[in-house]
Write a protein that binds this ligand. Structure first.
Ligand code: CA
Length: 225
């Protein structure tokens, strides 16, 4: 999953980026409202974390413009303001949630999960056939066999599973699994898919990731009964 953090305080932005990357997210950052809005309009993010008080364009204004463009990406506002009026104003302008500074990283992470979960089917664990993936613990199991995955393999599999039954094109996979510094050679996806398939097969999950030639990949739920 790919996140964008728009935050002008370098300490907070750096701390969040590092922490979220450790949680296997691909993370881009912007330090002012204008460049943040540009990134949000150009790339496909799974969630935006926006500071309310930003130089140039405020976080609320960024949020409003993102919504105005028809983009329904979940938005969590970071704010030092927490009067009822402020909160209502933030939510009225398109934020899905807010968190008051200073906050604990674990709380932000929990709120991010709530937002991502409500977009899938309300479950923390993702399932396809005998394969189960837990984005909280970063564990993958085929039936009861644990599959040890690298962070990138896990992120790629998570993206495919969150889009189970839909074709994931190479460009969308790159958009959602890699960050902005990636040089966009999509052949890296094939390499990771090969690794993933080997590990899944070794654990007993065969044929789960299917190739759509010239387009991308899909996980189709197979009836194993
Ligand atoms: Ca600020």
């Amino acid at each position: 999953m790919r996140l964008l953090i728009i935050e002008d305080e370098p300490g907070i932005a750096g701390f969040l980026k590092e922490g979220l990357e450790e949680e296997y997210f691909a993370v881009d950052t912007a330090s002012d409202g204008k460049s943040g809005l540009d990134l949000a309009m150009t790339n496909e993010y799974d969630l935006l974390i926006i500071d309310w008080m930003l130089p140039g364009l405020s976080g609320i204004e960024v949020c409003r413009q993102v919504r105005k463009s028809g983009n329904a990406v979940p938005v969590i506002l970071l704010t030092a303001r927490d009067t009822l009026e402020d909160v209502v104003f933030g939510l009225d302008n398109g934020a899905n949630d807010y968190i008051k500074k200073p906050f604990e990283f674990e709380e932000l992470l929990a709120r991010i999960r709530v937002q991502l979960r409500s977009r899938s089917d309300g479950e923390d664990s993702l399932k396809a056939g005998e394969l189960t993936l837990n984005p909280v613990t970063h564990q993958a199991f085929c039936d009861r066999n644990e599959i040890v995955l690298t962070p990138k393999e896990f992120s790629l599999l998570e993206y495919l599973m969150r889009n189970k039954g839909k074709v994931c094109t190479r460009s969308r996979i790159i958009e959602h699994v890699w960050d902005i510094h990636f040089d966009s050679d999509t052949s890296v996806i094939d390499v990771y898919i090969t690794f993933l398939r080997k590990k899944l097969e070794a654990a007993g999950c065969r044929g789960l990731i299917q190739t759509i030639r010239g387009v991308g990949y899909i996980i189709r739920e197979q009836d194993t009964q």
